[in-house]
Design a protein around this ligand. Structure first.
Ligand SMILES: *Cc1c(COP(=O)(O)O)cnc(C)c1O
Length: 478
């Protein structure tokens, strides 16, 4: 055993071994049990131990980690993982993500990586075009929709206070004119944490009631807006995590404009509906907003981590984010400094994998990916609802299906639904998660992977229905 620091720079044996083991993992994805096969205790036992005094050989480090961590890996990159809203990795994006690690560029400045800078600038243009957003908007590449929501709302905070003569960058929020933040009852939890991080407080937000699908309707927002005045930020949603439903964006945009408020749209996965001619209507009016948050690691199937913050007014975006110091060589003219648009300074060049994903899909491939997953979600809902005990709780307008199991002869649907979710997870053909929807337990199925086929949906539906029948029999016999 030798210490890794004695290896020459060009010794690639660990990388070669990692490549072999990565291929084995990818090849295992279609058939491996989707859930983890180790408990926390198993994993602690396999991975814990004293940090070695003398470093291990890099090849041994790779092999040992794969052996010890393997049973704790989830097959979420595979075709029958339907939990949360988690996408896989497109082959081109995954390959380029490996290169990104190897290149090890610091994507902060043009000076630290001209290639990363220009790739982000080109990718930004493609994204605005695909999503039907204003060509002059600015784009930041962040870790996920959480940070995209944060970034956009930081720009919003800057802009609405600037309009009333307050410089929040210089003077902070102490003594500032109060800002009304209006969100829906169904706002994603990351909107609330963004509000906490920005000093707005999550408890002060005014909450607009939503309808049976979880949508904020224009009329309900109108009533809430009637009771506030002064600087105002409204957060709408494109794609509810449970139902996939969209807020009434056209009406909401009109109301917020008339009111001079800032409109932010959280479209972590739903915003991509704009890239499909068949689903575009769902986001109509959303292009009139002031900022948009979305993810690339969900429906675009870029490896983690990859989110996108988009702001219609680049000046507000940059004012809220940029870092200045004498030693930082600022890019000039068309030289983009990526750190102007994100909360981070030094960071991974995550634009490369995004560029690769979009280039490998093309405009048509992206539209097909979105449309196919929506169609497969409908197919799943159709197959499951053949069983009389199964209820589909939502209108399947996108890629999300909400499922509840009700015992035929009375009994507790919550317990049964939870038992079925746990049974499906343990069985391993597919994976889905439980949720609470309007005071009822439900199972949530999200079809977000490029590699999922009709056969995967049929296999998964059959596995779920087998568990449903088994649990029903168990309930009947007790
Ligand atoms: C997933 C999701 C988020 C958070 O995204 P992360 O990528 O986990 O940061 C925010 N909003 C909505 C609607 C989401 O679905």
């Amino acid at each position: 055993m030798t210490s890794s620091v004695t290896e020459p720079l060009t010794d690639v044996s660990a990388l070669v071994r990692a490549h072999e083991l990565a291929l084995e993992f990818i090849e295992s994805l279609p058939e491996r049990p989707v859930g983890a096969r180790a408990s926390a205790a198993d994993l602690h036992e396999a991975l814990a131990g004293d940090l070695p005094e003398i470093g291990l050989d890099p090849v041994a480090v790779v092999e040992e980690l794969v052996r010890a961590a393997g049973p704790g890996l989830i097959g979420s990159a595979g075709p029958r993982y339907f939990g949360f809203v988690i996408g896989g990795s497109l082959p081109a994006a995954r390959a380029v993500d490996w290169l990104t690690t190897t290149w090890d560029q610091n994507a902060a400045l043009f000076a630290t990586s001209p290639a990363a800078s220009v790739v982000e600038s080109v990718t930004a243009g493609w994204i605005l075009d695909l999503l039907g957003l204003p060509a002059g908007a600015s784009v930041g590449f962040v870790t996920g929709a959480q940070m995209a929501n944060f970034t956009c709302l930081a720009a919003a905070r800057h802009a609405v206070l600037e309009r009333v003569g307050w410089d929040v960058q210089l003077d902070g929020l102490n003594g500032a004119p109060p800002v009304n933040v209006v969100i829906s009852q169904e706002a994603h939890a990351t909107i609330l944490s963004a509000l906490r991080m920005l000093g707005f407080g999550s408890g002060r937000a005014l909450r607009v009631p939503t309808d049976a699908q979880g949508r904020m309707r224009g009329e309900a927002l109108r009533q809430v807006l009637a009771s506030v005045d002064g600087p105002t930020i409204v957060c709408a949603q494109a794609g509810n995590v449970d139902t996939g439903a969209f807020d009434e964006l056209a009406e909401i945009a009109e109301l917020t404009r008339a009111r001079g408020a800032w409109l932010h749209v959280d479209g972590a996965f739903g915003l991509w509906a704009a890239a499909s001619p068949d689903r575009r209507d769902l986001v109509a009016g959303g292009e009139l907003a002031d900022s948009w948050a979305t993810d690339a690691h969900k429906w675009l199937n870029v490896p983690y981590d990859s989110g996108i913050a988009i702001v219609a007014d680049p000046a507000a975006h940059q004012a809220a984010m940029t870092v200045r110091a004498n030693y930082l060589l600022r890019g000039r003219g068309s030289e983009r400094d990526n750190h102007d648009w994100v909360p981070e300074s030094s960071r991974r060049a995550r634009g490369f994998a995004l560029y690769a994903a979009l280039q490998s899909l093309g405009r048509r491939g992206l539209a097909e990916l979105i449309e196919r997953d929506c169609r497969l979600a409908m197919r799943m809902a159709g197959l499951l609802s053949r069983e009389p005990t199964v209820t589909i709780l939502n209108d399947v307008v996108l890629n999300q299906v909400l499922v509840r199991i009700e015992p035929v002869s009375g009994g507790d649907g919550d317990t049964l639904t939870r038992a079925v979710a746990a049974g499906v997870q343990a069985e391993g053909t597919c994976w889905l998660s439980g949720t609470r929807w309007h005071d009822q337990d439900a199972m949530r199925i999200s079809v977000s992977n490029w590699s999922t086929t009709e056969t995967d949906i049929e296999r998964a539906a059959a596995a779920i229905l087998t568990v449903v029948r088994r649990e029903l029999a168990a309930t009947a016999s007790t």
